[in-house]
Design a protein around this ligand. Sequence first.
Ligand code: FAD
Length: 392
Amino acid sequence: MRHFSNLIFDGRLCSQIKGKIVQAKTRVLVIGGGLSGLISASLLAKSGHEVSLFEKKHYPFHRVCGEYISNEVIGFLKREGLFPKHVDSPGIENFEFSDTLGNRTQLKLDLGGFGISRFVLDQWLVDRARAFGVEIIERANVIEVKFDPKEDLFELELASGHRVQGDFVVAAHGKRSKIDKVLNRSFIQKRSPYIGVKYHIKANLDHKVVALHNFEGGYCGVNAIEDQKFNLCYLGSREQLRHFGSIEKMEQEILWKNPLLKAIFNESYFLLERPEVINEINFEPKNPVEDHLLMAGDSAGLITPLCGNGMAMAIHAGKLAAEAIQKGRSRAEVERIYRVNWDREFRRRLWVGRWTQKLFGSPFSSRLAFHILDKSPFLAYKIIKNTHGIPF
Ligand SMILES: Cc1cc2nc3c(=O)[nH]c(=O)nc-3n(C[C@H](O)[C@H](O)[C@H](O)COP(=O)(O)OP(=O)(O)OC[C@H]3O[C@@H](n4cnc5c(N)ncnc54)[C@H](O)[C@@H]3O)c2cc1C
């Protein structure tokens, strides 16, 4: 808190940085303390930058997320001292798919992943970030961000009224934030038909399997996380929720038509007091750099959850944003490096994810997807490969 007061009253602390040329040590402001924000903040602090991260909530907290992470991140997290090796995260090797009628098939995953709750993972990354010297400011809702081209400086305004200045901003505020409205980003104008719902459950299921069970209008992921628990998280329809009037009724009338889901709901013990729920989940394309902000993670584009790759992408994007700031010799160069690397890593994956999602959530298309997975594993592997990246 002492640091934060300095920061407020001193305004910009790193006053020696002027003009277009980026000095070795700059002051970076990170909006949002999810995976992309925490990773970029940690890497930048480790390389000597002065970093403040603003998170509107208070850690630890639950998020709507399937909590299956692709193994592509393990090497990176271990190298950077960010891998939560103290947690008993189950390794996940197989993929199970069921169509809306409950016909199921299984495939071995080429890369696989592991399960860990965001409650535990984010808290671990916050502790690491603090240890690396990041100033983490919780309950700090950023309501305005402005770039002053004359001063070559950013200014953030918090809901508390405080203003903070910095040389770079990593905008890691997730899939949708009031900040997007302030920035007048085009995707924010469009309404999304999706809702997301998450539970933690105790269930008698295979710990090595990540399952995707289809139902009319959406799909539900189930996979193991730490402490012998499972995550059950689904992407459903806002319209169906409106129609049935409650989550419970909608689940009984819609999700339970898939007998596999009905069995899981009836035979499991639900651990959270109530589900985590979000709406307005938007898969529209976005831009990785807007108004000189480096958009990292979902703020630059949310991959459809069926790919189970959003967390890996957020971690990777946090790394790319940090590297661009570390390597670029001018603001223009930082932005160019980030844009080029982001496009190379993610643009195609996001596109494949949007197209693959069309095979989910209806009786006909989920039946077709079932046949592809069951009868043409080669094609299925090709699609799956294109929905995630390679280890980095
Ligand atoms: C239904 C569903 C299931 C999913 N399942 C999986 C899965 O199994 N595997 C996977 O890899 N991915 C999954 N994803 C995607 C994954 O959750 C996201 O891609 C990932 O969390 C993105 O991380 P992030 O750092 O970009 O954003 P987030 O983790 O959302 O973090 C953004 C942070 O910014 C904060 N914030 C927002 N606005 C402000 C502000 N103005 N001021 C301050 N702070 C602010 C928020 O409070 C939040 O903490 C799923 C997504 C959905 C919707």
